[in-house]
Design a protein around this ligand. Sequence first.
Ligand code: SF4
Length: 251
Amino acid sequence: MLAATPTIEEVETTRALQTAARRWRAWRARRQPLDPENPPDLEHLSAEEVVAWGLERFHPGIALACSFQQEESVLLDILFATRSDARAFALDTHVLFPETYATWDAVERRYGITVERFEGPTLEEQAAAHGDALWARDPNACCAIRKVEPLGRALAGLDAWITGVRREQSPTRANARKVEWDAAHGLWKLNPLADWTEKDVWTRIHERDLPYHPLHDQGYASIGCTHCTKPGAGREGRWADDAKTECGLHA
Ligand code: SF4
């Protein structure tokens, strides 16, 4: 015996129920807690897909850490193409290059956004407490005050952050995953460009005509504070006269 042909109303009701069920399963999947001991494997995803996954899962509790270097030129473009109300923050150490502040202004104008600013004490307050030119005597202490502590405040209340870490940047970054649990700060960390080469980054910047830090054209591959950055390939220009290689943000 043939089943009765469903009416148009019955077909539409079935479709609506199937759509609702699909949405509910997707919502439930997003709510499943992630296990820091067993992070999801996103290594097969593109940078755009990793950013989309992070925003879908964590927004508004996710933000891009922005130092206005070439990686952030790419990530800002992906981030705001995915969600116009996504979030980005920067650490203002008060000793950034004028070109860094100019790049900051340029990206805010391009995307019509405000990059959230986090900063430590004034240079005068630091000198009063620790003496002049702490960066020259104890750069680890200076980074702890001007970068690591403000980063802690930037990450407070977030569930995840996005960084421009790439594996080829340095041996300390060689094992970075596209998504990993950041035990030091107690939240998820997304490195969408983990498998990108420097050439990949510059190809994207030129393809998309993205704003980028002008010091890159003057031999600075990596750019931090004025006192601790020299021209150089990779990260060799950072704390070039010291054994220090990281500021502590990605420790
Ligand atoms: S990079 Fe240099 S000036 Fe900047 S916070 Fe670290 S030690 Fe201080």
